[in-house]
Design a protein around this ligand. Structure first.
Ligand code: HEC
Length: 126
């Protein structure tokens, strides 16, 4: 084993052992279901007064999407104006934890990584 391998292996070991379980699964607030991360209380305080937090947690999108939603609620639903720092905290939180959904499927494998198709009538090799 080289020195680099030894260091790498011990770092890996430390990383796995030292990782608290809470870092693996995101903690959510039992009352609202909001991910408990930086800014979550600000979101709870400002975004659950009129409707359930479910509306928030079931929605997702870019920062721009969330900003438009907030503007819409401010223009038409009586949502109050935020201090710029408060709004930034809310938007950062929402974009980070309720951001655009990634495609649920992985991209298809390239042809050369696929197994041979045993039913193919076209000779694939040889
Ligand atoms: C002053 C009241 C009020 C507050 C505070 C409020 N909302 Fe809303 N929000 C509404 C209303 C009213 C609706 C429409 C509810 C419905 O369709 O049943 C709504 C709908 C939504 C929706 C669903 C939009 C859709 O496309 O269906 C989301 C997401 C949302 N709000 C997020 C938030 C977030 C994030 C905050 C905090 C920044 C927030 N709301 C704060 C009044 C409010």
């Amino acid at each position: 084993m080289t020195l680099a391998h030894a260091i790498g292996a011990s770092l890996l070991g430390l990383g796995l052992l030292g990782l608290p379980l809470s870092a693996l699964a995101q903690q959510t607030d039992p009352d609202t279901g909001l991910v408990m991360a930086e800014g979550w209380q600000t979101v709870r305080n400002n975004c659950t007064a009129c409707h359930s937090a479910n509306l928030v947690t079931q929605n997702s999108g870019s920062r721009n999407h969330w900003e438009k939603l907030i503007r819409w609620m401010q223009d038409t639903q009586g949502l109050w104006q935020f201090q710029p720092e408060t709004e930034a905290t809310i938007l950062d939180y929402l974009a980070k934890h309720y951001g655009p959904k990634e495609g649920a499927r992985r991209p298809p494998l390239p042809r050369h990584l696929m197994p041979d198709n045993p039913y193919s009538t076209i000779a694939e090799s040889g």
